[in-house]
Ligand binder design. Structure first.
Ligand code: HEM
Length: 187
Protein backbone atom coordinates (compact mmCIF):
# COMPACT_ATOMS: atom_id res chain seq x y z
CA UNK A 1 0.00 0.00 0.00
CA UNK A 2 2.81 2.35 0.90
CA UNK A 3 4.55 1.67 -2.45
CA UNK A 4 1.56 2.68 -4.59
CA UNK A 5 2.55 6.33 -5.10
CA UNK A 6 6.11 5.25 -6.00
CA UNK A 7 4.82 2.74 -8.56
CA UNK A 8 2.48 5.40 -9.95
CA UNK A 9 5.35 7.87 -10.19
CA UNK A 10 7.56 5.28 -11.90
CA UNK A 11 4.80 4.45 -14.37
CA UNK A 12 4.26 8.14 -15.02
CA UNK A 13 7.97 8.64 -15.67
CA UNK A 14 7.97 5.65 -18.06
CA UNK A 15 5.02 7.11 -19.94
CA UNK A 16 6.72 10.50 -20.19
CA UNK A 17 9.95 8.88 -21.44
CA UNK A 18 8.00 6.80 -23.99
CA UNK A 19 6.14 9.88 -25.26
CA UNK A 20 9.41 11.78 -25.54
CA UNK A 21 10.97 8.89 -27.50
CA UNK A 22 7.99 8.63 -29.86
CA UNK A 23 8.00 12.39 -30.45
CA UNK A 24 11.76 12.38 -31.07
CA UNK A 25 11.51 9.54 -33.62
CA UNK A 26 8.58 11.21 -35.42
CA UNK A 27 10.60 14.43 -35.59
CA UNK A 28 13.65 12.55 -36.90
CA UNK A 29 11.60 10.77 -39.61
CA UNK A 30 10.01 14.08 -40.63
CA UNK A 31 13.37 15.81 -40.71
CA UNK A 32 14.88 13.04 -42.85
CA UNK A 33 11.92 13.15 -45.28
CA UNK A 34 12.26 16.92 -45.45
CA UNK A 35 16.01 16.68 -46.10
CA UNK A 36 15.47 14.11 -48.89
CA UNK A 37 12.76 16.27 -50.48
CA UNK A 38 14.99 19.34 -50.26
CA UNK A 39 17.99 17.56 -51.76
CA UNK A 40 15.82 16.28 -54.64
CA UNK A 41 14.84 19.87 -55.33
CA UNK A 42 18.25 21.41 -54.89
CA UNK A 43 20.46 18.79 -56.53
CA UNK A 44 19.54 19.97 -59.97
CA UNK A 45 22.57 21.42 -61.64
CA UNK A 46 21.56 23.61 -64.58
CA UNK A 47 22.60 21.77 -67.77
CA UNK A 48 24.96 23.68 -70.07
CA UNK A 49 23.25 26.34 -72.13
CA UNK A 50 20.03 26.30 -70.11
CA UNK A 51 18.51 28.89 -67.82
CA UNK A 52 17.71 27.93 -64.23
CA UNK A 53 14.08 27.27 -63.27
CA UNK A 54 12.39 27.38 -59.86
CA UNK A 55 13.09 24.25 -57.77
CA UNK A 56 10.74 21.29 -58.29
CA UNK A 57 10.76 17.58 -57.55
CA UNK A 58 11.98 15.51 -60.49
CA UNK A 59 9.92 12.42 -61.24
CA UNK A 60 8.75 10.42 -64.24
CA UNK A 61 5.25 11.11 -62.89
CA UNK A 62 5.73 14.66 -64.23
CA UNK A 63 5.65 13.25 -67.78
CA UNK A 64 1.85 13.29 -67.69
CA UNK A 65 1.40 9.82 -69.20
CA UNK A 66 2.35 6.24 -68.39
CA UNK A 67 5.01 4.78 -70.69
CA UNK A 68 4.31 2.07 -73.31
CA UNK A 69 4.86 -1.40 -71.88
CA UNK A 70 7.69 -2.20 -74.31
CA UNK A 71 10.02 -0.33 -76.68
CA UNK A 72 8.34 -1.30 -79.99
CA UNK A 73 6.93 2.18 -80.68
CA UNK A 74 10.17 3.79 -79.49
CA UNK A 75 11.98 1.87 -82.24
CA UNK A 76 9.24 2.70 -84.78
CA UNK A 77 10.14 6.34 -84.09
CA UNK A 78 13.79 5.60 -84.91
CA UNK A 79 14.88 5.54 -81.28
CA UNK A 80 16.41 8.65 -79.71
CA UNK A 81 17.83 9.86 -83.06
CA UNK A 82 14.38 9.88 -84.63
CA UNK A 83 12.74 11.47 -81.58
CA UNK A 84 15.48 14.08 -81.49
CA UNK A 85 14.90 15.07 -85.13
CA UNK A 86 11.12 15.19 -84.62
CA UNK A 87 11.40 17.43 -81.54
CA UNK A 88 13.95 19.74 -83.22
CA UNK A 89 11.63 20.02 -86.21
CA UNK A 90 8.56 20.58 -84.03
CA UNK A 91 10.27 23.40 -82.13
CA UNK A 92 11.57 25.01 -85.33
CA UNK A 93 8.11 24.81 -86.92
CA UNK A 94 6.41 26.14 -83.76
CA UNK A 95 8.84 29.06 -83.58
CA UNK A 96 7.89 30.06 -87.13
CA UNK A 97 4.15 29.32 -87.12
CA UNK A 98 2.23 32.58 -86.87
CA UNK A 99 -0.51 30.92 -84.74
CA UNK A 100 1.85 30.06 -81.88
CA UNK A 101 5.34 31.54 -82.43
CA UNK A 102 4.68 34.35 -79.93
CA UNK A 103 4.31 31.84 -77.09
CA UNK A 104 7.80 30.47 -77.73
CA UNK A 105 9.61 33.80 -78.13
CA UNK A 106 10.85 34.16 -74.55
CA UNK A 107 11.25 30.42 -73.98
CA UNK A 108 14.46 28.60 -73.09
CA UNK A 109 14.44 26.42 -76.20
CA UNK A 110 17.56 24.53 -75.12
CA UNK A 111 15.71 23.26 -72.05
CA UNK A 112 12.49 22.66 -73.99
CA UNK A 113 14.27 20.55 -76.61
CA UNK A 114 15.98 18.44 -73.95
CA UNK A 115 12.94 17.87 -71.74
CA UNK A 116 10.53 17.24 -74.64
CA UNK A 117 12.91 14.64 -76.09
CA UNK A 118 13.15 12.95 -72.69
CA UNK A 119 9.37 13.04 -72.26
CA UNK A 120 8.61 11.47 -75.65
CA UNK A 121 11.39 8.88 -75.27
CA UNK A 122 10.04 7.94 -71.82
CA UNK A 123 6.40 7.75 -72.98
CA UNK A 124 7.30 5.62 -76.02
CA UNK A 125 8.97 3.04 -73.77
CA UNK A 126 12.53 4.14 -74.51
CA UNK A 127 15.47 4.08 -72.07
CA UNK A 128 14.91 7.61 -70.73
CA UNK A 129 13.77 9.34 -67.58
CA UNK A 130 11.79 12.54 -67.75
CA UNK A 131 13.44 15.22 -65.63
CA UNK A 132 11.23 18.21 -66.49
CA UNK A 133 8.33 19.84 -64.68
CA UNK A 134 4.77 18.56 -64.88
CA UNK A 135 2.50 19.79 -67.67
CA UNK A 136 0.40 22.07 -65.47
CA UNK A 137 3.44 23.80 -63.98
CA UNK A 138 5.23 24.06 -67.35
CA UNK A 139 2.37 25.80 -69.14
CA UNK A 140 0.58 27.72 -66.40
CA UNK A 141 1.86 31.17 -67.36
CA UNK A 142 1.22 30.85 -71.09
CA UNK A 143 -2.59 30.97 -71.24
CA UNK A 144 -2.66 28.42 -74.08
CA UNK A 145 -5.94 28.08 -76.01
CA UNK A 146 -7.42 24.94 -77.57
CA UNK A 147 -6.68 26.38 -81.02
CA UNK A 148 -3.02 26.87 -80.09
CA UNK A 149 -2.88 23.37 -78.64
CA UNK A 150 -4.32 21.91 -81.86
CA UNK A 151 -1.83 23.95 -83.91
CA UNK A 152 1.10 22.38 -82.03
CA UNK A 153 -0.31 18.86 -82.43
CA UNK A 154 -0.74 19.53 -86.16
CA UNK A 155 2.95 20.55 -86.38
CA UNK A 156 3.93 17.44 -84.44
CA UNK A 157 2.12 15.38 -87.07
CA UNK A 158 4.03 17.21 -89.82
CA UNK A 159 7.32 16.44 -88.04
CA UNK A 160 6.44 12.75 -87.51
CA UNK A 161 5.35 12.44 -91.15
CA UNK A 162 8.63 13.99 -92.31
CA UNK A 163 10.53 11.46 -90.19
CA UNK A 164 8.56 8.67 -91.86
CA UNK A 165 6.96 7.36 -88.66
CA UNK A 166 4.23 4.81 -89.45
CA UNK A 167 0.70 6.20 -89.09
CA UNK A 168 -0.27 3.69 -86.40
CA UNK A 169 2.83 4.53 -84.35
CA UNK A 170 2.08 8.27 -84.71
CA UNK A 171 -1.41 7.64 -83.36
CA UNK A 172 -0.03 5.77 -80.36
CA UNK A 173 1.96 8.83 -79.31
CA UNK A 174 -0.95 11.19 -80.04
CA UNK A 175 -3.24 9.03 -77.87
CA UNK A 176 -0.81 9.39 -74.97
CA UNK A 177 -0.55 13.16 -75.43
CA UNK A 178 -4.26 13.88 -75.99
CA UNK A 179 -5.40 13.82 -72.32
CA UNK A 180 -2.67 16.34 -71.42
CA UNK A 181 -4.72 19.17 -72.91
CA UNK A 182 -6.53 19.33 -69.54
CA UNK A 183 -3.32 20.56 -67.88
CA UNK A 184 -2.04 22.62 -70.80
CA UNK A 185 -5.09 24.46 -72.18
CA UNK A 186 -6.15 27.06 -69.68
CA UNK A 187 -8.56 29.23 -71.64
C1 HEM B 1 0.74 17.46 -75.51
C2 HEM B 1 1.28 18.62 -75.80
C3 HEM B 1 2.47 19.19 -75.10
C4 HEM B 1 3.51 18.57 -74.48
C5 HEM B 1 3.73 17.08 -74.32
C6 HEM B 1 4.40 19.60 -73.98
C7 HEM B 1 5.58 19.36 -73.29
C8 HEM B 1 6.34 20.35 -72.72
C9 HEM B 1 7.51 20.13 -71.93
C10 HEM B 1 8.14 18.79 -71.64
C11 HEM B 1 7.97 21.33 -71.52
C12 HEM B 1 9.22 21.63 -70.68
C13 HEM B 1 9.01 21.41 -69.20
C14 HEM B 1 10.10 22.00 -68.37
O1 HEM B 1 10.70 23.01 -68.74
O2 HEM B 1 10.36 21.46 -67.27
C15 HEM B 1 7.08 22.31 -72.07
C16 HEM B 1 7.24 23.67 -71.91
C17 HEM B 1 6.64 24.58 -72.71
N1 HEM B 1 5.62 24.35 -73.60
FE1 HEM B 1 4.71 22.60 -73.92
N2 HEM B 1 3.89 20.82 -74.33
C18 HEM B 1 2.72 20.61 -75.01
C19 HEM B 1 1.91 21.57 -75.52
C20 HEM B 1 2.25 22.88 -75.67
C21 HEM B 1 1.53 23.87 -76.46
C22 HEM B 1 0.22 23.59 -77.19
C23 HEM B 1 2.23 25.02 -76.39
C24 HEM B 1 1.96 26.34 -77.04
C25 HEM B 1 1.28 26.48 -78.12
C26 HEM B 1 3.39 24.78 -75.53
C27 HEM B 1 4.32 25.72 -75.17
C28 HEM B 1 5.30 25.52 -74.23
C29 HEM B 1 6.17 26.58 -73.73
C30 HEM B 1 6.17 28.04 -74.17
C31 HEM B 1 7.01 25.97 -72.78
C32 HEM B 1 8.10 26.66 -71.95
C33 HEM B 1 7.55 26.91 -70.58
C34 HEM B 1 8.41 27.84 -69.75
O3 HEM B 1 9.61 27.59 -69.62
O4 HEM B 1 7.83 28.82 -69.25
N3 HEM B 1 3.36 23.48 -75.13
N4 HEM B 1 6.12 21.70 -72.81
Amino acid sequence: MKQAPTIKAALYMKMVTLCALVTASVLMVNQTAFAIELSKQQNQPVPAGEKPVDPYVQSNDNAGATPMTDDTVYHQFGGMDGISRIVDDLIDLSSKDERIEGIFRATDLVRLRRTLKEQICYILGGPCDYTGRDMKESHKTHGITMMEYNALIELLQVAMEKEGVAFRAQNKLLAKLAPMYRDIVLR
